[in-house]
Design a protein. Sequence first.
Length: 405
Amino acid sequence: MDDVLSRAAELGRHSDSPRNYTRTYLTPAHQAAARQIAAWMREAGMAVRVDALGSVVGRCEGPPGARTLLMGSHFDSVRDGGKYDGVLGILLPIAVVGELNRRGERPPVALEVAAFADEEGARFKTSFLASRAMLEGAASVRALLDRRDADGVTFADAMRAVGLDPDRLDEARIDPSKLCAYFELHIEQGPVLLGQGAALGVVTSIAGGSRHLVTVRGEAGHAGTVPMPMRRDAMAAAAEMVLAVEECAATDQLVGTVGMLEVKNGTGNVIAGEVGFTVDLRAPDDPRRRALEDRVFALFDAIAARRGVRVEKSRRHEVRAAPCAEWLQEQVAAAIASVGAEPVRLPSGAGHDAMIFAGVVDVGMMFVRCGAGGVSHNPAETVTAEDASLAARALLRFVRDFRAR
């Protein structure tokens, strides 16, 4: 199981860009990565299928009639991201299944490893698309088929271009009653484990998050002739709103981010007439997140009124906070301890496919320490060979000793 990092590096070569690691949904690089993952699954002794959204799923049978432990993560990426985010949670389970087969051992339950085709949503703004489709089928996808990417390609046409049929979306749906649990291994994407000198962690819960598109409408005007007191400057209002997000989140000890900002028809000598930006708000529980939303948007309204602009808010994405099942936490902790590591418990501030499954089945997660100061979604993202090897051993023990409820 020592080739996981070399496989991550090999998979990283399948990128939309020759300059950085970017792999978005249904691009040629994305499809090449899917084929490589499928090949490694088969090499590990798994039966492989590709679902209606392009996710790759490998299966290893357990005892007759046993329910399935589904393990997985995503193989798409953010733009200019890191090569271990998502991918590590695919490659390590594949390696574990391969090790079981080499030993001639049958797992205590059926195992499936899902390589989710789209979690980041970077191309069509479709976060958690693949895992949602597994549980909801066409209902979660149909309204998105007319969305266009930056090149004007619709979601539906992108599917057809790689041989997927938008009319067969329901075929992605699985029967959750056949699952005994969902488990996801992931790099931490933060500095907590690094700061505590711990290689592996037991995730206790996953923060809920909401994403909004905000549009500020003012009045465009000449930069040299409109007096400052008479301006309805959409950019100045938006700038104040961006700072309001930061202030509210910091005051509440939560997190809020404006990751994209666009000035419509912007140029250097024109007062901005329209500005759009995103707002991402997250909290470990949903009541605190909703309270943060209310506070942020009340400030937006006050800023807009004072500056003589209009502000419009549109919710584009929401996932509820998801606790990890205590019985799975205990099994993860025992597996980590069995390989001589300290099972540090910590929440996840980042979202994961596990959140989607938490609505229908118990979920558990294991974190692997991030190097480089805990940086993720960044080319500097790293995992050491020692930590990856320790995670592989802990995951093998977790699977071998797994007991379903």
